[in-house]
Design a protein around this ligand. Sequence first.
Ligand code: GRF
Length: 196
Amino acid sequence: KRIAIFVSGGGSNMRALVEDMTGDHPARACVVLSNNADAGGIAWARARGIATEVVDHRPFPGDRPAFEAALNSALDRHCPDMICLAGFMRKLTGGFTDHWAGRMINIHPSLLPKYKGLHTHARALEAGDTQHGCTVHEVTAALDDGPILGQASLTISQDDTPDTLAARVLTLEHQLYPAVLRRFAADDRSPVFLQG
Ligand code: GRF
C-alpha cells in the first residue's frame, strides 16, 4: 500500500508512521504533503528521501474545492492508495472526503466522540475528566466524526496542565497511529485499544 501523509507542522505523527513502515509492514510512505512550505515535517521527509509536495491554501481564499483540486493533482503524481492526516490543520469538504471515502484516516487528540475540534486538552481538564487520550478514525465530511479505528487512553493527573497533557497524549499518538495503520493497510478494521 502507498501512503500519502498530510502534515501542517512538525510532523511528529508522520515521523512515527514513517519509522514504523519498515520490513514486512504492508505499506510505505509515497509522499508527504503540507499546506505549509515551512512545516518541519516537509524538511524531515526531504532529508529522508521521501517525495514531498507543498500545496499552499492561501491562493484559494474562500474556495476550498479549488484548493482540494490542487491537492488531488499533487497527489496524482504519487499514486497513493490512501491518506493519513497527521497534524493537518485544514478542514476538508465533503467533496474531498467522499472521493477518499474509506481510504483516509486521521488522528485526533481526544477520546472521540468527546471534544471534537480544537483545544481538546484544556477542555478535558476544564470538564474535570479523569480519562483522556487520542483517537484514530476514518475521515468523513463531518469534522472528527468518522468510524473509530483505535483509541489510546491515559489517566489525567491532578497537576496536569494543557501542555503536560498534550505532551503525554502526543506520546500515545505515536504508539496508536502506527498500530492502526498496520491493520488498516492490511484491510483489517478491528479496533486498537491501548492504555498509556
Ligand atoms: C498535535 O497537537 C497532535 O495532537 C495532533 O496534531 C498536532 C501536531 O501533531 N494530531 P504533529 O506533531 O504535527 O504530528
